[in-house]
Design a protein around this ligand. Structure first.
Ligand SMILES: [Zn+2]
Length: 426
């Protein structure tokens, strides 16, 4: 049996039935944990003996793109526009090889794991047969136990209506994946999109796998895709889980219409993944104009209506967003600024942890209790203020074992070379 030094942990990540003192003003409780065989064996209140590190359970990222990660330098998008991103993405796709996809994904998973993530859902470009799909399946199996990886085949809506689309859907379902697509402007005026969307729902039901859509990722008309989808589900039902990623233009609805649509999404059990980083980077970008309206999924209004909402990083160092590093702590640090997601509130933290785990259907909700995994992200910060002040060092505990530190905590070869030059004589 091993004991950990006292930690300050958000009350919402601790067993609600545990006999603990009330959370402090930061929503934190000082606790001592014991573990054995990779599982928590005891959880109790710890006395206040000065500075105590802040700790979380490992977060889950519900939306990334492993296949195109780290392609920004080879396929740059200097305008930072959506059109520029799509053009660069298509150029990269023309020459994409399975070995490149595998190498990017392997690097991404290593970063994600060392940064403390325990689950990831990744979309994979599938304009035809998805390049590298089999390699990613192999990767998924090799990483099981370290990272739960879910893969979504991201194909154009019309593709799912073809024989090739049907065959791909059967393969995806057999591999435990999901069907993905893009529902966004320009919307077909003829209602063709709604018919294709209904075809996708029926296909997903036939093959038995979930759906995850890039929907209403725009600063244009407010949420026509979501409105069409919810109407479809109200009319015919849907036997498989549906996730709506982005839902950005939903924020442009007047408040009462937004509240009504959010209630209908909740009633239809449609989940939402908010992706504020890529939205704030791409949407509303026009030459010579600083954008005043910043569309992104209205997380708090959706939560108030009872919609399950998770928050993800989306693009990492690719033409759609040149930043990011599969680092959930960085996303947590940025979210108060991006989306007013305050981590000291239960609903502020849930989209990164418990709600993201539930949305992915993971076996553990991320709440520490006796018998739960001995998994923690321990931060070199004593509270939220210090976390927001500067990127903290961290140590990640998985199954009771400390992982190697994340890459940014290793010595920088660039700076070491500089220092050696300065030390050299002459
Ligand atoms: Zn995406």
């Amino acid at each position: 049996m091993s004991s950990l030094a006292p930690l300050r942990i958000p009350r919402c990540l601790l067993d609600p039935l545990a006999r603990l003192p009330p959370a402090d003003a930061e929503g934190l409780v000082r606790v001592e944990l014991e573990h054995r065989g990779g599982r928590i064996t005891a959880l109790r209140s710890a006395p206040d003996r000065g500075a105590t590190p802040l700790a979380l359970t490992p977060p889950v990222d519900p939306h990334v793109h492993l296949d195109k990660a780290f392609t920004a330098s080879a396929y740059p998008n200097p305008s930072g526009t959506m059109a520029g991103a799509l053009a660069a993405n298509l150029r990269e796709l023309e020459q994409r090889q399975p070995s490149q996809v595998l190498a990017r994904a392997e690097l991404a998973l290593d970063r994600a794991w060392r940064h403390g993530l325990r689950g990831l859902r990744s979309h994979v470009d599938s304009l035809g047969p998805p390049v590298g799909w089999d390699g990613l399946q192999d990767l998924r199996r090799r990483w099981a136990g370290r990272l739960d990886l879910q893969l979504v085949a991201l194909a154009p809506l019309p593709h799912w209506g073809t024989a090739a689309g049907e065959a791909l859907a059967r393969q995806v379902a057999a591999d435990g994946g999901l069907l993905g697509s893009v529902v966004g402007p320009p919307y077909a005026a003829t209602g063709a999109d709604a018919a294709r969307l209904e075809g996708l729902l029926a296909l997903a039901e036939r093959v038995g796998c979930g759906i995850d859509l890039h929907i209403d990722e725009s600063d244009g008309p407010p949420a026509p895709g979501l409105a069409a989808l919810v109407a479809l589900v109200e009319r015919r039902g849907c036997a498989v889980p549906i996730t709506c990623s982005h839902a950005s233009s939903l924020a442009l609805l007047p408040p009462r219409r937004l509240a009504r649509l959010a209630e209908r999404l909740a009633a239809a059990s449609i989940n939402v993944v908010a992706l504020p980083l890529t939205n704030l980077w791409l949407l509303g970008k026009r030459p010579g104009q600083t954008p005043l309206i910043r569309p992104q999924a209205p997380v708090q209004q959706l939560q108030a209506a009872g919609v399950r909402v998770a928050l993800g990083s989306d693009n990492v160092q690719d033409p759609w967003y040149p930043g990011g590093d599969f680092d959930p702590v960085e996303l947590l640090r940025q979210a108060p600024l991006l989306s007013h997601q305050l981590p000291w509130r239960r609903q502020g933290l849930a989209p990164f942890t418990c709600e993201a785990a539930r949305l992915l259907g993971l076996p553990w909700d991320g709440v520490l209790r006796e018998g739960s995994p001995a998994d923690l992200v321990v931060l070199g910060a004593t509270g939220w203020g210090e976390l927001l002040a500067r990127p903290p060092r961290r140590r990640v505990l998985r199954c009771g074992q400390w992982l190697p530190p994340p890459p940014q905590e290793e010595p920088s070869p660039l700076l070491m070379a500089l220092e050696q030059q300065q030390l050299a004589p002459g």
